[in-house]
Write a protein that binds this ligand. Structure first.
Ligand SMILES: Cc1ncc(COP(=O)(O)O)c(C=O)c1O
Ligand SMILES: NCC(=O)CCC(=O)O
Length: 426
């Protein structure tokens, strides 16, 4: 049987950095990634048989835990009938109905295959609908790897220190205006200057790609008002927050209605999926109803729809989000008290089933603060936890995720690992 090390050696010869997505490599924390053989509930098992309590959850989708029987069985049922049709299929209709029911700002939806596709398509729609070219994004926010978004981007781009990627034409990058997150005055100033040229403003309504930073009171409402006043579309990128922070996403939690919303992760139940949706008169400008082109060979794939629908069914159970939020609180409060006990400067953020851990005593509300937290300490903490069977995202700039499969015992074990790790670091 192959070991993690052997597999990584082979992988590095054949895949850039040995991975198919940069955030999986342990490049910033050091060391080598493990190779997962199977996943179940709150845990991953690597090829060497080691078990990890997992707080990455496939980077967000696994909100009901890995390998949930209802999701697995839904997939098993539909694959008997074929894997892809290239014609409309009934599950696509059920998916669109479910998203529109759960997210009231969405009258119509278009399924795609990733969050990246969803955000790229949403800004094309914003540009097509307004006849304007500029878009606004926030420093440290990540919206997938479309050219327009790899400007002061979060996630791996921030982790590896290349927030603005080579390969993005300057002409394109010049159309992406960036703002500091949670600073409404900066947004007002930008719109006062260039508002009439701005097609849309895209934001993670809870930032999850520069660690986890919730919006300050009134911030999203303020952005809504600015966009309305200047005729720009407000786009909530809920690829991460959708069905994660509340059943209706961040827009339900904070009571702010965007013009367009992008989805991914949870709506695919672990299969490759994305979606964008919004008001009818906007969505009807998408081909073939309207002239703005966007397409996909595998879009609305029946297997992905089945997995996603099964997961969307599970999360509608009464009390699902209350329980998830309570568990997340238990975990974060636990981390805080362990850190306080060790005399370690530390703070946490959390919203629903997502959280952030910071090696700083400050309450983190900005990108600037997030990037001043102690990453060296985080890297040592990460490895201490990994050694004790707890898998956190291998970066100080990623949100963590809980699932309904994380038990009180998993949380207690995690906190014990943290206690031992901090004792070792201190
Ligand atoms: C907020 C946000 N938007 C977009 C994306 C891109 O999604 P994908 O990786 O499916 O392309 C991600 C994560 O990757 C994300 O967290
Ligand atoms: N928060 C970061 C992501 O969700 C990205 C996952 C990936 O790029 O593999």
């Amino acid at each position: 049987m192959s070991t993690n090390h052997e597999l990584f050696q082979r992988a590095r010869q054949l895949m850039p950095g040995g991975v198919n997505s940069p955030v999986r490599a342990f490049k910033s924390v050091g060391g080598e990634p493990f190779f997962t053989a199977r996943a179940d509930g709150a845990c991953l098992w690597d090829v060497e048989g080691r078990r990890y309590i997992d707080y990455v959850g496939s980077w967000g989708p696994m909100i009901v835990g890995h390998n949930h029987p209802a999701v697995r069985e839904a997939v098993a049922r539909v694959i008997k009938d074929g894997l892809s049709f290239g014609t409309p299929c009934p599950a696509e209709v059920a998916m669109a109905e479910t998203i529109a029911k759960l997210v009231p700002s969405v009258d119509m939806v278009r399924m795609v295959n990733s969050g990246t596709e969803a955000t790229m398509s949403a800004i094309r729609l914003a540009r097509g609908a307004t006849g304007r070219a500029k878009i606004v994004k926030f420093e440290g926010c990540y919206h997938g790897h479309g050219d327009s978004f790899l400007v002061k981007a979060g996630s791996g781009a921030l982790t590896f220190g290349v927030p603005t990627s080579p390969g993005v034409p300057k002409a394109n990058a010049d159309l992406t205006l960036t703002l500091p997150y949670n600073d409404l005055d900066a947004a007002k100033a930008l719109f006062a200057e260039q508002g009439s040229e701005i097609a849309g403003l895209i934001i993670e309504p809870v930032a999850g790609n520069m660690n986890c930073i919730p919006p300050v009171d009134g911030y999203l409402q303020g952005l809504r008002e600015l966009c309305t006043r200047h005729g720009a579309l407000l786009i909530f990128d809920e690829v991460m927050t959708g069905f994660r922070v509340a059943l209706g996403g961040a827009q339900a939690l904070y009571g702010v209605t965007p013009d367009l919303t992008t989805f991914g992760k949870i709506i695919g139940g672990g299969m490759p999926v994305g979606a964008y949706g919004g008001r009818r008169e906007l969505m009807e400008q998408i081909a073939p109803a309207g002239p703005i082109y966007q397409a996909g060979t595998l879009s609305g794939n029946p297997v992905a729809m089945a997995a996603g629908l099964a997961m969307l069914e599970l999360i509608q159970a009464p009390g699902f989000y209350d329980t998830l939020a309570a568990r997340t609180r238990l975990l974060c409060d636990g981390f805080q008290s362990v850190a306080d006990g060790a005399g370690m400067p530390f703070s946490t953020n959390r919203v629903g089933g997502m959280f952030g851990l910071f090696f700083t005593a400050q309450k983190v509300t900005s990108y600037a603060q997030a990037t001043t937290a102690d990453t060296t300490l985080f890297n040592r903490f990460f490895h201490g936890m990994l050694k004790r069977g707890v898998y956190l995202a291998p970066s100080a700039f990623e949100a963590g995720f809980l699932s309904s499969a994380h038990s009180d015992q998993d949380i207690a074990d995690t906190l014990q690992a943290a206690r031992e790790t901090l004792a070792e670091l201190g």
